[in-house]
Write a protein that binds this ligand. Structure first.
Ligand SMILES: [Zn+2]
Ligand SMILES: [Zn+2]
Length: 255
């Protein structure tokens, strides 16, 4: 048996501090492991290499199509769907490296990754359709987690991304929605089952009500990944009901 060199509690504490410092100041690029000195999580080469959404893409859901599309609004995924939001604009294309960063933020609690993911999401604002949001100072509303889930995770990844996004865009962060019903195990459901499952899951917070009593021009819903769009659709429905005239969606990645 190996002899202990220090008191086990102190040893554990030092390990925790060292790990926390590594999390706060990651010494290596999250993708290629190259050493980084500036406290960023992603090196310039890997950052440039992560695929972004580029034209032509669906003007509703951001799905990218190879080649030319005649009708901007005809996307085989959603041309028959009616969303409560005006459009969703993910910044990045589906990519394992980007998804890994999102998963590490969400499930690995690597909070420092929010900085690079938020910066990535901010690129969506180069889309001219988001100009009214920037000009009008629409609030960034993160898709909320249920209180229980947030207690377990200690943070909401959409809110962390929104906070960084707020720094880049100057738009205010507004915790305007809350999840009043837990909606777990969504993945196995069909689209209509998902929508049914999500009904009544969200509500406007008092902070949201205060904000909307002064301005109903619009809001930007923020989430990490846009997959089927069911969750942001339900959030947008609640915001419309609260009187908002425009609801747009910005996410880091198209799932
Ligand atoms: Zn790298
Ligand atoms: Zn689409």
């Amino acid at each position: 048996m190996k002899p202990r060199t220090s008191h086990p509690e102190i040893h554990g504490w030092r390990k925790w501090v060292s790990r926390s410092l590594d999390l706060l100041y990651p010494p290596r690029c999250v993708v290629c492991q190259v050493g980084l000195a500036d406290g960023r999580a992603l090196c310039d080469v890997c950052d440039a290499d992560l695929p972004r959404i580029a034209e032509p893409f669906c003007q509703k859901c951001g799905e990218v199509f190879p080649g030319k599309i005649e009708d901007k609004f005809a996307c085989p995924n959603c041309h028959h769907l009616k969303f409560a939001f005006d459009f969703a604009r993910p910044a990045a294309l589906r990519d394992d490296r980007t998804l890994d960063m999102i998963h590490r933020l969400k499930y690995g609690r690597e909070l420092h990754l929010a900085k690079d993911l938020g910066r990535l999401a901010a690129e969506a604002f180069s889309d001219s359709r988001l100009a009214p949001a920037l000009a009008g100072g629409w609030p960034l509303i993160p898709v909320p987690l249920h209180r229980r889930r947030q207690q377990i995770r200690h943070f909401n990844q959409a809110e962390e991304i929104s906070r960084v996004l707020s720094g880049h865009t100057g738009l205010p962060l507004l915790r305007g929605l809350k999840r009043i019903r837990s909606t777990e195990h969504q993945t196995a459901l069909t689209r209509s089952q998902r929508l049914e499952n999500l009904r009544g899951a969200f509500a406007v917070t008092p902070a949201g009500e205060r904000h909307f009593s002064g301005s109903t021009a619009g809001a930007v819903l923020v989430d990490d990944v846009l997959t089927t769009g069911s969750t942001v659709d339900e959030c947008a429905r609640v915001l419309r009901r609260a009187g908002l005239q425009n609801v747009v969606v910005v996410t880091v990645m198209r799932g």
